[in-house]
Design a protein around this ligand. Sequence first.
Ligand code: NAP
Length: 492
Amino acid sequence: MTAPASMFIDGRWVPSSSGNTRDIHCPADGSFVATVSEGTSADAEAAIAAARRAFDDGPWRAVPTSQRGDLLLAVAREIRARKAEFARAETLDTGKRLVESEIDMEDIANCFDYFGKLAGQDAGRIVDAGDPNVVSRIVYEPIGVCGLIGPWNYPLLQVAWKVAPALAAGNTFVLKPSELSPHTAMLLMDVLHSLDLPAGVGNLVLGAGAEVGAPLSGHPDVDLVSFTGGLETGKVIAASAAGTVKKVALELGGKNPNIIFADADFDAALDNALNGAFVHSGQVCSAGARLIVEESIRDRFVDELVRRAKKIRLGGPFDTDAETGPLISAAHRDKVHKYVQDGIAEGAVLRCGGAFGAGDLESGYYYEPTVLDNARSGMSIVVEEAFGPVVTVESFTTEDEAVAIGNDTRYGLAGGVWTQDAGKGQRVAGRLRHGTIWINDFHPYLPQAEWGGFGLSGVGRELGPTGLAEYQEAKHIYQNLTPAVTGWFPEH
Ligand code: NAP
């Protein structure tokens, strides 16, 4: 069999230089999806070289920003036009319900729309130098070659947050999606190619992180590495990038508090606690995995949560009755199960879940929605990101205590506050050390609003104007209109 040409380097679809391939299987039932290239570090280096040439010698960075913006708007239109194809590909790779992938594709198109419109808006600024004979201005230029590395939970969404601003700013890039979920990245490259993106501006490599991902952080010809994934990989990437002092953006994990005050709208808080913890089977960086409930409503709230969690229907991507799907792999499911077992061993009380999906679900990597009550600070299940359908319950009696528990994490990605007291909601939001705080909601994000983490949740921001600035260098151009001798070093 000829090796599939599923990597896109220097304007062409190419196979791995080693001829190696990887079979992709759907996590919902283990069924075969497709065979793709398994790239090598030499392939990554070829992609970096192509991106370097395209940046240094190609036309792309001189293309007017409005034209780059138009291209992004066209990408958004194409993704919408091919939504069914994109959503199906995402669903087969991840096992996620088709309806969720369709929502993701709309969000991705919105992201390209946002950066497409933002692209031409900021032409820089004039600085008042305090001297009428000086013109001082700031211009924003592309950084250069960007290494973009993505995870498997929202494969195309997470890389759209990087590709769209990188292109808007005039950079070239090498993209490496998770080895488990390559197909929508391939479709995106197909769209960019069909829209005549110049050769070398966008490149795609596939394969294992340690092989094809590592050069993107260590190579001297890469100017920026933007990574979304787990904490431990993030540390490896930051250390590797330090050798060449490149710009680093890290979107890492979270252990996100969802604080429920007794005066909250009970039904809305309960519904969103379920959504926060169990949507996409908890494989969401901002999952509300730590429920922190005011003591006076705790028993009632947790009893209802457990009753509702037990009813969540697990099922495959095309099962229209299913409410959530499988975990990404058997290895990941085993990891989640181990966290649950450790939590129980450390004193948490298993109220529901804690088991693999049974019966028809046994061919996939399903895990039952799990509630662990009586959780306490310091337990591994409270400290570590399980990244599965597991929610722990802690309780508080005062506002100060709620804030202290909510901040008792090394991470700082997102959090929720539920109260009908608007002042209390704002006060608590102001004191929580997390990058996004929802008051009386959970999970929504906006392309025009910055996303990112405090603490170990990462470095830098995606989305919003800052998400574009991450891909730009600010340059100060200072012009003296009346050049004159300074006399600082007089002629002797
Ligand atoms: P991961 O294991 O850290 O992998 C992320 C990406 O890094 C994959 O493409 C992986 O390649 C690659 N990689 C691994 N080792 C590498 C290396 N040495 N050099 C360069 N790249 C390397 O994370 P994941 O399991 O895919 O994703 C789940 C994590 O992502 C969770 O912790 C979640 O919280 C986080 N996340 C954060 C956000 C956010 O916005 N903050 C959003 C989504 C997800 P492989 O193909 O070999 O795996």
